[in-house]
Ligand binder design. Structure first.
Ligand code: DGL
Length: 279
């Protein structure tokens, strides 16, 4: 069986592009529709009910585009809204927390795992729970988890300051307790953070494995396409569409250097706040 409909992704802004880029690698034949809710970003400082409402509105938009799968390419939305999204969606929903937690357990040697995320994600404890659950399944009894909220990383990433001195100083400050704790694995549990991989990696040093939840999630998407028998069967080039709730030019300016090859182009403006949802 084949299914030529696109995969829909949403994030609060450009962070989900780190997931999209990895999905393009594991599922290159698939068409994709990406919605960045830049005008309402960040989600990581909003309340639970607000993030759930935004996420359900984004779901309505993507479903109106007849997608075959929704990828919640935002850790905060995954942490707060996954259950609601899954309950209301007509298509399979993939979140980014569980895949990241699984990769962290596979990567660690000394059992000391750091998790950096938005304040919202840290406060839910979903990552900690997911890592502990996975470690238990693997029979690992030496797991220690150290969490750190790094809220400024989101603005630095949105600003395009991926390798600047201010980012380095900020990273040194945030990551100090994790270095002191002797972690050997660090989960970048926010989809914006892989944009800062160079700086985060340099500050943490060679001995620390960085887990990119986008990479982990893209493997899950590939597996689900195969398992559900919904891979694209087309022969022509896949379509890659972008929408943003803010200025398309701004979105493209920041996104293009990350996605390479001048992508994306033809980004359209759309706001999802018109959708009525009950939370
Ligand atoms: N993309 C969000 C996440 O992964 C971070 C940005 C935000 O706070 O909206 O948590």
């Amino acid at each position: 069986m084949t299914d030529n409909r696109p995969i829909g992704l949403f994030d609060s802004g450009i962070g989900g592009l780190t997931v999209l880029r990895e999905i393009w690698k594991t599922a290159p034949d698939e068409s994709t529709i990406y919605f960045g809710d830049n005008s309402r970003a960040p989600y990581g400082t909003k309340s639970r009910s607000t993030v759930i409402r935004y996420s359900l509105q984004n779901l309505k938009f993507l479903e109106s585009k007849d997608v075959k799968m929704i990828v919640v390419a935002c850790n905060t939305a995954s942490a707060y809204a996954y259950e609601e999204l899954k309950a209301r969606a007509k298509v399979p929903v993939v979140e980014v927390v569980t895949p990241g937690a699984d990769d962290a357990c596979n990567a660690t040697k000394n059992g000391k795992i750091g998790i950096i995320a938005t304040k919202a994600t840290v406060s839910t404890g979903v990552y900690k729970d997911a890592v502990e659950r996975r470690a238990k399944e693997l029979g690992m009894d030496n797991i220690e988890i150290f969490q750190q909220a790094c809220p400024l990383f989101v603005s630095l990433a949105e600003e395009g300051w991926w390798d600047s001195e201010v980012t380095r100083l900020t990273a040194e400050e945030y990551l100090k307790p994790l270095k002191e704790a002797g972690i050997d694995t660090l989960v970048m549990a926010c989809t914006h953070y892989p944009l800062l991989t160079k700086v985060i990696g340099e500050v943490m040093g060679d001995g620390v494995t960085l887990v990119n939840t986008g990479v982990a999630t893209a493997k899950v998407v590939r597996g689900l396409l195969d398992k559900e028998g919904i891979c694209s069967g087309r022969n022509e080039e896949p379509v890659r569409e972008f929408y943003t709730s803010d200025e398309p030019e701004l979105f493209e300016q920041v996104a293009a250097p990350f996605l390479g090859e001048g992508l994306p182009s033809g980004t359209k403006h759309f706001t999802t706040d018109k959708y009525e949802v009950t939370v």
